[in-house]
Design a protein around this ligand. Sequence first.
Ligand SMILES: Nc1ncnc2c1ncn2[C@@H]1O[C@H](COP(=O)(O)OP(=O)(O)O)[C@@H](O)[C@H]1O
Ligand SMILES: O=P(O)(O)O[C@H]1O[C@H](CO)[C@@H](O[C@H]2O[C@H](CO)[C@@H](O)[C@H](O)[C@H]2O)[C@H](O)[C@H]1O
Length: 538
Amino acid sequence: MNLPKLQSAQSWDQLRKDESFWEALRQDILPQHLYHCRWFGGKASVVQQVFFSQKLLLKSGFQHYYLLLIEVFFRESYAHNYFLPLAIAESREKLPAQAVLAEIQLADGSFYLIDAVHDSGFHAALFRKIVNHEMLMEGNNRVFFRAHQELEMEPEGFRSQLLNAEQSNSTLIIQDRYYLKIFRRLFRDKNPDFEMNEFLAQQKLFENYPKLAGLIWWEPGPGVNISLGLMQEKVPNEGDAWPWMLKEVEQYFKNGDLAGLSAIDKWPLVSPLKISKLPAALQQNPGLDFFKRIRTLAQRTAEMHLALAAVKRDRHFAPINYNGDFTVWLKNRLIYQFDARYNLLNKKLESLPENARLLAEKVLEQKDLIINFILGFDEEQLRSLRIRIHGDYHLGQILIQGHDFFILDYEGEPESTIRDRKVKQSPLKDVAGLLRSFHYAIHAVQKNQNLRSLEHQAAGQSLYQAISGVFLHSYFKIAFQQQLDIGYRKEITYLLHYFLLEKAIYELGYELNGRPDWAIIPLEGILDITDEIKRHAY
Ligand SMILES: Nc1ncnc2c1ncn2[C@@H]1O[C@H](COP(=O)(O)OP(=O)(O)O)[C@@H](O)[C@H]1O
Ligand SMILES: O=P(O)(O)O[C@H]1O[C@H](CO)[C@@H](O[C@H]2O[C@H](CO)[C@@H](O)[C@H](O)[C@H]2O)[C@H](O)[C@H]1O
């Protein structure tokens, strides 16, 4: 690849002085470079201008790095802020192409200008600064590094690596003990992941999340906290719960007496079910051990919510009632989202495979029912409380450790603004997220293995209602015993229907934009839920 070239008469550590260098970087290099970055969320838009809103020099021994806050303006009249740390490298041999911005000729030599997350010296510098509680400062412009436990640099040398996952952030694994998540898209506010982890760490009521080890944030002026980094202890694990569930579902279809499993009576989507009441065929396959694990997952979910609901004094976390403002916000947001999805679906209809197109047409026919249901939300009918929730709860956010589960990534729904992600919601919204994820896993296996017979579909439905039922039974039991206010029975059913529909609509957009061959799953989900809504005649 032909790299752009930049030059300066200054050395790397004095480069601040050379305005023309930064102008060239801002105007000629960054607008193109951003499109190669995984974390850049504006790929579907056209970059018009890039500005540096802040620039600080980070020194660590003889190494120098520049920390940049960049503001990207799009032709579509909106803007994003990102964090871009810069380093120089003498060679680009071991670097992935997207790590390198330009070749640069400076007073102290020729280098490659790179994203500093690819430089292990930068990892060590960040960690050292966290360990020592350091601060970078130029006037009122400050970056804080704070450890949340006793940390030390390992004497026999520092080890780190950049996690190579499809991510919207950059994660460093440090000394194989800590995960340092560096937020790339920035907001003039605490990131919810940062805020929720700080809260859970102070409060010590919930155990099954990665323990907080350190934080990094930027204060460009008094009272402004821009979260830059969140460091947590590594949770030893056997992978996340998504592949685990896929494997269980695959086994289920492989081992199963399909005739018996598909003959099981159907029951409503959100009914709790005691393990001992499971039909015999399901007690054998996938088996009681599997359902006990689902019970543990429900317990951890309820414990997370109990911890998030426990503090009354902190206004960011104190549980609150439903009110008119919330209802207006919820309806507007969901109607807007549904409209956008409806139009997108119409636009993509012809390009969808035959089976997806048939489902899409059915979903399009449900437009009035869906809109009426969304607009029917009435806070006067609701007695339960709203709390801070996980917000993007699915099987991929849960790590498996032995027979237990750890819950990660409290950043909230990626498409929402930071303010929207912090709005207090029913904890049942998270529960609905996970129920959708169970549905996803079953349908993903059916899709990948082409298990499309009526028997396979009915056996899939039996499994889905059993997993959901066992999860709900256990979650409700703990919620009722420990006074987590999720509402009276009818309210719970209504809220679960509402959030199942909301999540499936969200997923439809996510899939149509990112992986259209998966769109069939939320389409099926929406149709299941609209059937239930019709049965309840809300
Ligand atoms: N503390 C941790 N312990 C073990 N694995 C972790 C930890 N934090 C993150 N991971 C791994 O990194 C992946 C991405 O982390 P996550 O917080 O979900 O980042 P992102 O918000 O960018 O998706 C997780 O799915 C998990 O596999
Ligand atoms: O990347 P994030 O963890 O923030 O979540 C986004 O990507 C998820 C896909 O990986 C998406 O989840 C959807 O697909 C999952 C299976 O891949 C499934 O378990 C979820 O239920 C389904 O919503 C998630 O919605 C999106 O925010």
